[in-house]
Design a protein. Structure first.
Length: 139
C-alpha cells in the first residue's frame, strides 16, 4: 500500500479513536482493552505487507516494551484528557505530536537541532496556541 494512503488511513483511525475516546469513563481500562485488541493485528499485519520480513528477537522485544510503555502511557494520558477538552482543542493539540517526536529524536537519538527544525516547531506551536486561544475567546 502506498505510504500516503497509509497515512490517510492512520489519520482517519486517529480521528475515530479520539471521537470515541471522549465518551470513555475509565481511560486505563479502555487503553488496555484497545492494546489487547490491536495486538493480533500488529503481529499479523507485517506478514501481509512485507514479503522479506526479518525479525530479530532483541529488536522485537525492545519494540514491544518501548511501544507498550510509551504508547500506553500516551494513550492513557490522552484518554484521560479528552473528556475535558473541546473537540477543536483536542484536534489542534494532536498537531503537536510531530514537535514532540522531533524533540525526542534530538534528546534521545542525537538528531540535529537545525534552524529549520526550530522554526518549523515554533510555527506549529504558535498556530496551536493561536487556535486554542481563539477557541476559548469564541466559546
Amino acid at each position: 500500500m502506498h505510504s500516503a494512503a497509509m497515512m490517510v488511513i492512520s489519520g482517519l483511525a486517529w480521528v475515530l479513536y479520539s471521537i470515541t475516546g471522549q465518551k470513555v469513563t475509565n481511560a486505563a481500562a479502555s487503553t488496555a482493552g484497545n492494546f489487547i485488541l490491536a495486538a493480533p493485528i500488529a503481529l499479523i499485519a507485517p506478514l501481509l505487507f512485507h514479503a522479506n520480513l526479518y525479525v530479530d528477537l532483541h529488536g522485537f522485544l525492545l519494540g514491544v516494551v518501548a511501544g507498550a510503555i510509551t504508547s500506553g502511557a500516551a494513550y492513557l494520558l490522552w484518554y484521560s484528557l479528552l473528556p475535558i477538552l473541546k473537540a477543536t482543542t483536542a484536534s489542534t493539540l494532536q498537531l503537536s505530536i510531530p514537535c514532540l517526536a522531533t524533540l525526542g529524536g534530538v534528546l534521545f537519538l542525537g538528531e540535529a537541532l537545525t534552524l529549520q527544525v526550530m522554526l518549523s516547531t515554533a510555527i506549529i506551536l504558535t498556530g496551536i496556541g493561536m487556535t486554542i486561544l481563539a477557541d476559548k475567546k469564541f466559546s
